[in-house]
Write a protein that binds this ligand. Structure first.
Ligand code: IMP
Ligand code: MG
Length: 180
């Protein structure tokens, strides 16, 4: 059993890279079908989403797709602070654009709800969201993402872009906190 340790906590494998790749491919097929010839703007929410966004963006293989980045932060340690800090804002003009927000995980939904509100002010043609992971039981505000890779229980996970205070983003598989 390959366990990993961060901050004295033990994590065990939860979703393997092959399974992640399969879901990324499935999401890409759906997005490709829905956004063909729509000149979509993928909006990657940093930091956690960068690995997923890179894999998804390539897998979609859309001739007229663009990607941009925005940075939000809400988590400290293993808990949401309940407040979202915008650290790096939107540079693109999104008026009349089809925006696809790319998230690593939707937990309380606070980040997603705030981002959707912010984007709506700029009159986009459409805003949808794809999230690799979704914790439905943790959702307190907003709605479920339009595209979801995996629905998971409300447990803390890391790897494949997801971190514990900045660490573990480079793990190719996703890990979950080991139950003691
Ligand atoms: P929300 O605003 O509560 O939905 O949280 C969204 C952000 O919190 C995500 O984009 C992640 O960066 C972070 N987050 C939520 N759950 C986890 C987790 O289980 N592991 C690592 N980061 C998480
Ligand atoms: Mg995030």
């Amino acid at each position: 059993m390959e366990e990993v340790t961060y901050q004295g906590l033990t994590f065990v494998p939860y979703i393997r890279r092959e399974e992640i790749a399969k879901q990324v491919h499935r999401l890409a097929q759906e997005i490709k079908r829905d956004y063909a010839n729509e000149n979509p703007l993928f909006l990657c929410v940093l930091n956690g989403s960068f690995i997923f966004a890179a894999d998804l963006f390539r897998a979609c293989d859309l001739h007229d797709a663009e990607i941009s980045f925005i940075r939000f932060k809400s988590y400290e340690g293993m808990e949401s602070t309940g407040k979202v800090k915008e650290i790096m804002g939107l540079n693109e003009d999104i008026e009349g654009r089809n925006v696809l927000i790319v998230e690593d995980i939707i937990d309380s939904g606070v980040t997603a709800a705030q981002l959707r509100k912010e984007l709506d002010k700029h009159n986009p043609k459409s805003v949808k969201m794809v999230s690799l992971l979704f914790k439905p039981d943790a959702l307190t505000v907003g709605k479920a993402p339009e595209y979801v890779g995996f629905k998971i229980p409300s447990k803390f996970i890391l790897g494949y872009g997801l971190d514990l205070d900045g660490m573990a983003r480079n793990l190719p598989d996703i890990y979950v906190l080991k139950e003691s």
